[in-house]
Design a protein around this ligand. Sequence first.
Ligand code: COA
Ligand code: AMP
Length: 623
Amino acid sequence: MGYRETYDASLADPNGFWRHAARAITWSREPNTVLDGSAAPFYRWYPDGVMNTCYNALDRHVEHGRGDQPALHYVSPVTDTMQTLTYDDLLSEVSRFAGVLTGLGVGIGDRVVMSMPMIPEAVIAMLACARIGAVHSVVFGGFAAHELAARIDDAQPKVILSASCGIEPSRVVAYKPLLDDALDQAEHTPDACVVLQRPQLHAEMGERDHDWSELLAAAKPVGCTDVLATDPLYILYTSGTTGKPKGVVRDNGGHAVALAWSMQNIYDIGPGDTWWAASDVGWVVGHSYIVYAPLLVGATTIVYEGKPVGTPDAAAFWRVIEQHGVKALFTAPTAIRAIRKEDPDGALIGNHDLSSLRTLFLAGERLDPDTYHWATRVLDVPVVDNWWQTETGWPIAANPRGLEPLPIKEGSPSVPVPGYDVRVVDGQGDEVEAGIEGSIVIRLPLPPGTLPTLWNADERYVNGYLSAFEGFYTTGDGGFFDADGYLYVMGRTDDVINVAGHRLSTGSIEAAIATHPAVAECAVIGVHDAMKGQNPRAFVVLKSGVDTEPEQISREVVDRVRQQVGPVAAMKEVVVVPGLPKTRSGKILRRTMRGIADGREEPVPSTIEDVRVLEDITPFLKG
Ligand code: COA
Ligand code: AMP
């Protein structure tokens, strides 16, 4: 079956389609029911199926003779390290680390928060949680202590895992003081923290801290715990429109089925192939396509600690592809733009044998046509955009290379993926014609692998995603279909911004700025940046009577955002303005501001309080 027949079948008979796909997974008890809609809009996939995700990712491959095959290559130009773990090795490490966790009293359903750099131990710890039915929650290392504290309080972990440091090209990032600071700020106290000492920096240990290596040396390997397909595998916090992060829940069974399906049908990756998702385990791309999907299908994954440029140079990616015979690379467009800036003609590519590379997959932000054309020209392989989000866990729209490679159109991630009934609607929820932009929504139920709800926040899930248009999930992205059914995703319709492929909430940046004693009010919007896609820019109104120099305030605001949200917010632009444009009821006109910054002709709302204020800040919005 080609794409069209498969897509139609997935929507006409979801039960049949996903029952068939579930055969790719080894079940301890096969599910009788595929889709359970009895508690709609909370849908559950495979509710009576029993399985273990770690068993599917490791044990069964070893049992089927893949033990000697590399499961994971760790490539770390920042520490000058290369290491390969076979499936045998990885299974042994994961089983023993699972023993560490059970030794600390962690069991089925307990949460384990992790703040880890891109090292094999991060993958080992995630799989060890999966092995014993514990729920991991990985927090990206570029967030500040305050953000980590918010996640600790929401997830209420029994144990926290961390390392002494992460390594950025420009500096060694001390993780342990950040964790201690977060625990000081958090109300919740975990039973224990386990810290991996890295040679680059020694962490001072406190009373509740345990040394990772010491615990591991004493641990006994443990086997897999059976869990229900609907039991949570992980919580991954993502940015919403407010400052409070949303805990996206991922279940076990539907996730394993969907990821295995996507590897074969979208990414064309199978057993023995080497696949590289150059992202971070702190993001959803890292969860799905560094850790789980490649291992579920018996492929080899690459864990890369470093940046695409500067460590050591803009040929870093090509070197890894050549050394490990990478069949497909998955990264964000911003990484390609960073490489292009250093090597505009792609001259460094010519020094490497990239004959193994069949496809470059790009996601995380809009793939601009310029970057698409450049990458296609210099790499001479299909450059394939795919659109999805933390909530869905795997692509909503893509060019299904394994199922049926479709013509690629610049600016479009191609077509809806089987399982996703994607529509574009206007403000009233009516579908719009091809070529007309609107909100991109997905008819319920969402396919397996997508979020069943938010952690401890069913109501927020319904209000945030399901209430705008009855029977549909709102993606938060706007776009349009063309006459051939290709989807074009143009950007967020809410206050979420995307900086260098990192999803950030302007709300949390604003909350950090508002803590500055001189700030009366503020608004943050994303403005176009040629390298990072978007950059946050803050507009700040000072309290009356403040006579500090605006430059000084700006520096302090930048510092505050870095301290409270984290370096990843990359907030460098602060404009002190006399006022913010508001409606008569006092609502800041962020949408109008965003529109002007994006160069769109935005009609000035008739409800605006003072048009002059808008005129005053327009040059700063455009600049
Ligand atoms: N721990 C601590 N700090 C981190 C961090 C981490 N894990 N990740 C990023 N940071 C810091 C950086 O050091 C930088 O700090 P600085 O202001 O002191 O320089 C800041 O956060 C911003 O980082 P980043 O956005 O990564 O910018 P960059 O200039 O260092 O690198 C790119 C730019 C494009 C090379 C890089 O962002 C990249 O590779 N992006 C790919 C994105 C991606 O993988 N997205 C996932 C979806 S596929
Ligand atoms: P995240 O949840 O961090 O993966 O971010 C998801 C958001 O990133 C989406 O809602 C989009 O706004 C944006 N995004 C991701 N991939 C793409 C893409 N291929 N094209 C356009 N936008 C994208």
